[in-house]
Ligand binder design. Structure first.
Ligand code: NAD
Length: 391
């Protein structure tokens, strides 16, 4: 089939297998060009097919020669559908590791479920013995309770008060005013169930019980804070509650697995275009303005640069950089710089549908969003018929 982008409400419904392979290759090249560095011998990445998880897997494999096991939930192609970007990223990653003789295995399925945990743990036990790094990078809209069968759906909403913000249509650049109603108590609880720390703890607990977690293992999960501009919808909203729960879970893991000396860390990452962040109202405009300011200052980073810095400066550094007063790694240090935030806030007040293409980097947002789905990659012939893998 000939594959073109099909975008509805900031969600891209198609993905290009060849373009996905190119963008995986680009990330691998970034890491290989920087040479080898210390790191894990073997790593499990939960949420490995896209965004931060994929980048972490690439750094572990190509930067540190680690054996990697990746868990993700992706869809293959069908006669009519292209399959998801993550599906094609996984295939591309596997092809690349094979060429370099790096051991890697992927599990496709619901990481929240006991079956996928069991399958992954079995695979680790049989193939690598144990892992010394667990990266938890799931961004999911829902989770099914294994015991009750109840479906929890996450809702990105403010708490207590309405939140009115400017939202931008990535394709047209049109700004509109969007009001999000405050979340119900159930929506808050469900978002914490999906995006909080319970499942991360579940993975660590199950892995430790099955003896596939090495002594002195490190586990890291990703959080976000952001500026006052987005606080009502993010840090003070439902997702912020979930992130606080995730952050507390790190402390719980550190308390409960002292016999194995497991070290749980939170890394507060930079706001970036990914499939997950493109659908949060207000965040798309914020990222478009942030990209412009950070690119102008020469301090812009993508997922791969962030994950490279995480391994090099924090997880495996002989003298790790200091953490914040809550013990969190702050990869958002450049985003949160006073001069950056001041300029973003100024642009936020001036931007409108007429000037968005010049005042913001919506062009860069659009291009990156498309690249995440394999589009706009130099060297790919998008008029060509491609075969999508179905298994
Ligand atoms: P993403 O959408 O790019 O990737 C999400 C990954 O989760 C994919 O590999 C997907 O297959 C996997 N996944 C989803 N549901 C799953 C399930 N049920 N079982 C197994 N795998 C599943 O997301 P991302 O933006 O890279 O986010 C990863 C983490 O980083 C999240 O915790 C997010 O909150 C955090 N974070 C993101 C940003 C940002 O701006 N994107 C900033 C800071 C922190």
């Amino acid at each position: 089939m000939v594959i073109q982008p099909k975008i509805r409400n900031n969600v891209c419904l198609t993905a290009h297998p060849v373009g996905c392979a190119y963008q995986v290759r680009e990330q691998i090249d970034y890491v290989i060009n920087r040479g080898r560095m210390p790191g894990p011998k073997s790593a499990l990445i939960i949420g490995a097919s896209n965004g931060y998880g994929l980048a972490a897997r690439i750094v572990a494999a190509f930067g540190c020669s680690a054996a990697t096991v990746g868990v993700s939930l992706e869809k293959p192609g069908t006669e009519k559908k292209t399959g998801t970007a993550g599906w094609h990223n996984n295939i591309a990653f596997e092809r690349e590791v094979k060429e370099k003789n790096l051991p890697a295995w992927s599990v496709n399925g619901d990481g929240f479920s006991p079956e996928v945990k069991r399958k992954t743990i079995e695979l680790i036990g049989n193939r690598v013995g144990e892992v010394d790094l667990v990266v938890y990078s799931i961004a999911a809209p829902r989770r099914i309770d294994p015991e009750s069968g109840e479906i929890y759906s996450s809702a990105i909403k403010p708490i207590k008060h309405q939140f009115t913000s400017q939202a931008v249509d990535i394709q047209t650049g049109e700004l509109s005013i969007v009001t999000a109603e405050p979340a119900t108590r159930q929506e808050i609880e469900h978002t914490v169930k999906v995006m909080g720390g319970e499942d991360w703890f579940g993975w660590i607990h199950t892995m430790a019980s099955a003896s596939v977690l090495a002594r002195n293992a490190i586990t890291v999960a990703f959080s976000y804070i952001g500026p006052p501009l987005t606080a009502p919808i993010y840090r003070l909203g439902t997702i912020g509650k979930a992130k606080r729960d995730l952050e507390l879970t790190a402390k719980r893991i550190n308390r409960e697995f002292t016999d194995r000396n497991v070290r749980a860390l939170i890394s507060v990452n930079k706001a970036l275009v990914t499939r997950a962040s493109a659908v949060i109202p207000g965040i798309t405009l914020y990222i478009s303005l942030l990209y412009r300011v950070m690119k102008q200052k020469g301090i812009h980073e993508g997922c791969i640069q962030q994950m490279y810095r995480l391994f090099r400066d924090y997880l495996y550094a002989p003298n790790p950089k200091p953490k914040d007063s809550d013990g969190r790694i702050r990869l958002d240090d450049l985003e949160m710089r006073e001069d950056v935030q001041r300029e973003v806030a100024q642009l936020w007040k001036q931007v409108n549908t007429q000037n968005i293409e010049t005042l913001s980097d919506i062009k860069g947002f659009r291009e990156e969003f498309l690249r995440h789905h394999g589009f706009g990659m130099r060297g790919v012939d998008y008029g060509e018929d491609v075969v999508v893998s179905r298994e």
